[in-house]
Design a protein around this ligand. Structure first.
Ligand SMILES: [Zn+2]
Length: 299
């Protein structure tokens, strides 16, 4: 195993989890049934989405490499079939860390073209000062798309849509039309301030636009899987979108007034939202700092 490959992003993702969760041997994969054919699975790293049924097994994201066997075992409780397709919502290795294992096992890896590009080359996530080496060939998406791709599986229509420059420059959201389920990837952090990866081409305006796109197709009954956090609803996504729009507007105003990043970091711009959203792994001052840098770089 390439230690560097998971230590750095693990630090990012696992900071949200209880102490000791870095030991993957303790991680359990929890499965939540959402419809006749779709499931949400949670272990460590990004939330998984799954479609099983009369056709092929379709998996969204694959967390960290040490969890591949546990994920495979959890899926085996639902179907005897192997994973045929994996859709990566973006390149971060708390969502793609299992690609190498599943790729070797014969799964077809699918992602936006920028996911393949970033996984093929060394990356540096500036916000957490983490360097990521290129992934081995077997871990790279073999099918890429620029705008959208649709899977017709298990009686469902699974629509995958690229969200430009949101959490990264390669995000996709996935709509299971019949099952009335949407997987948002890291465009949606449910109940906590999000990480927006400026150094991977992410922008706060892109995240807000991605939320608006999902809100336009979601119904009150739609179950929404966030990249991180508990299963959400349309109302949860709307509250998140409105929080992001309000706080980023305040930061934009301060940036426009010529305030420096450190001043914005210290300005309590999100004070009225911190009780509800500020207890995840991005604390309020870091959230303000992240937004300030993101807005300054993308002016
Ligand atoms: Zn991510």
């Amino acid at each position: 195993m390439n230690i560097r490959r998971w230590i750095a992003p693990a630090a990012l993702a696992l900071a949200a989890l209880p102490a000791g969760a870095q030991d993957f041997s303790k991680v359990e994969i929890r499965t939540t049934k959402l419809s006749d054919t779709t499931y949400m699975m949670q272990g460590a790293g990004g939330n998984l989405g799954l479609s099983v049924g009369e056709d092929d097994v379709f998996l969204i994201d694959d967390q960290f490499a040490p969890l591949s066997q546990k994920i495979t075992a959890a899926i085996a409780k639902l179907t005897a079939k192997p994973v045929r397709f994996i859709l990566n919502t973006h390149w971060h290795s708390d969502h793609t860390g299992g690609n190498e294992n599943f790729g070797k096992a014969g799964a077809i890896l699918v992602a936006h073209e920028n996911v393949r590009h970033r996984m093929s080359t060394e990356q540096f996530i500036e916000f957490i000062q983490a360097k990521e080496p290129p992934a081995p060939k077997v871990a790279l998406p073999v099918v890429t798309f620029a705008q959208s791709v649709t899977f017709h599986l298990n009686g469902d229509e699974i629509r995958v849509t690229h969200i430009p420059r949101a959490h990264t420059d390669g995000d996709a959201i996935v709509h299971f039309v019949k099952s009335d389920v949407i997987h948002m990837g890291d465009v949606f952090f449910n109940g906590m301030y999000p990480f927006i990866d400026t150094s991977s081409g992410g922008t706060v305006d892109g995240v807000i636009a991605g939320c608006d796109q999902a809100l336009a197709i979601a119904k009150d009954s739609t179950q929404i899987i966030p990249g991180h956090g508990p299963l959400g609803s349309r109302a949860d996504l709307k509250a998140y979108r409105d929080m992001l729009a309000a706080v980023s507007a305040r930061v934009k105003k301060l940036v426009g007034e010529g305030r420096k990043v450190d001043e914005i970091k210290a300005a309590n711009v999100s004070a009225d939202y911190d009780e509800k959203w500020g207890k995840g792994f991005i604390k309020p001052d870091r959230f303000a700092e992240m937004l300030a840098v993101n807005i300054l770089r993308n002016r």
